[in-house]
Design a protein around this ligand. Sequence first.
Ligand code: NAD
Length: 528
Amino acid sequence: MSRTTDPPVVGETCLSPGQLEVLTRHIKTTGDRSSIPVRTPITDDEIGSVPACTAEDVASAVDRARTAQTAWAATPVDERAAIVERLGDRVLKRRDQLLDIVQLETGKARHHALEEVLDVPLTCSYYATNGPELCADEPRSGAVPLAADATVTYEPVGVVGVISPWNYPLTLALTDAIPALLAGNAVVCKPDERTPFVALALAALFEEAGLPDGLFQIVTGEGSTVGPALIDRVDYVAFTGGTETGRLVAEGAGRNLIGCSLELGGKNPMVVLDDADLETAARGAVKGAFTNAGQLCLAPERIYVDERRYDAFLDAFVGATRNLRLGLEFDYGPDVGSLIDGDHLERVREHVEGAVDDGASLLTGGRARPDVGPFCYEPTILSDVAPDSRVVCEETFGPVVSVVPVADVDEAIERANETEYGLNGSVWTTDRERGRAVAREIDCGTVCVNDPYTVGWAAVDAPMGGFGDSGMGRRHGPEGIRRFLESRTVATSRIGPFDAPPGVSPGLFARFMLGLTTVQRRLERWFR
Ligand code: NAD
């Protein structure tokens, strides 16, 4: 049994040589490689480095995974489930170390890092409980009652490539890996260049949970090198990241005729109806828009408020936002942490300044805060935004939200759907039935009523994914594991070939088949 890292000393923004050694031993290269420095957004200092893996390294990782997968697929599914459940336990047990590493790599507030830690055991328990049944053979109706039957069997696809982003490096490295492994696959994970150490800590935890060697491997390196090399070798790719990269991944998967799921960006709407409880809606807007400094694919970036409640909503929302405390601490003090790096800070700044140049009003925020941290930016609320401003049309992925008054629910729905994206939306009302009805009109893969995103994401039994430019395929729920399984239909005839028996003329057989089809349809209608 190996140990994970010792906890980084709280407040110390580096990994010790011993911790780095423990983490990086999970990266295997086939030769000397150049290294990629990893920096912490807390100080912009280098905290370590990882090898820039090559296509050759990816090939050998996939070969090792393929070898290990054969025995794993033959392991009873209940044993696989027990290991997945143990991983959830290990994550909870090692939560302090994981929280420290997540904060160190991303600069997010500790309570936002905790959402990642809590998510993993929930996903593990869901699939450990439900996965075995979802992988089991299923009897289905045969071609002709009594004369034939059909059974569907599910086989693992083989080796799954998981390509994950930096914003939720713990959750998003695992949320696809867990069902993929439970289904009997091996996983080769490529974390973002900026956040490899969380994924490496997970590799150590898998080892502690008893996962056989080779089944969860990490390849570090540049996305443009490692990503395509992985897609060219695996049997399925589960990608989470930006829409433009997602298109490249889909092209590669299409060329290789392998399956892929794409969890991409969003420009998520929040709709506040005339009967909403404004204190609740304002609290939800703060949580939704500023969790992880807005670097959350599900975060609302556009809020449409019934014009009769607009001023009162803004008062509550702006007031609550001004009370948020920006900070970079390894404890639960600050409300909001840092952006990931300088390039991202620049993008956020450009969106806000562009909106203001186009005539928007800045209601609060709108400034970088180098006094707090090199990439900190204030939670920002805009109103009167021009419809063609970048902040309206493009994903900002920062602590920036625009608020727009609308005449009624119909206009709110129309404006909410004015985007190519369709990841997550929310509806705010005291009438939950009405909320569910409006939710059905919003073109997103998840729509939450009276919560910005958690109630949808944490419903692990329900599928999660995007419409349009927000992606394809679904994670979570039965859909989240079935994508990693190849179905095979085994159909059996009890009467030999479905053809005219010897001695029966084709004409007579045709009349018999027409009669049989008519009876079968009537019976099906009757039993419906
Ligand atoms: P990105 O697309 O640049 O990077 C994501 C991953 O893809 C990284 O690991 C990167 O190294 C890799 N990559 C880069 N080029 C590649 C290539 N050519 N082939 C294969 N892989 C490649 O994403 P980002 O901008 O860093 O992440 C933020 C984006 O991710 C936002 O748009 C956000 O909305 C989205 N996101 C979506 C979800 C979701 O569940 N829908 C969750 C989190 C983030």
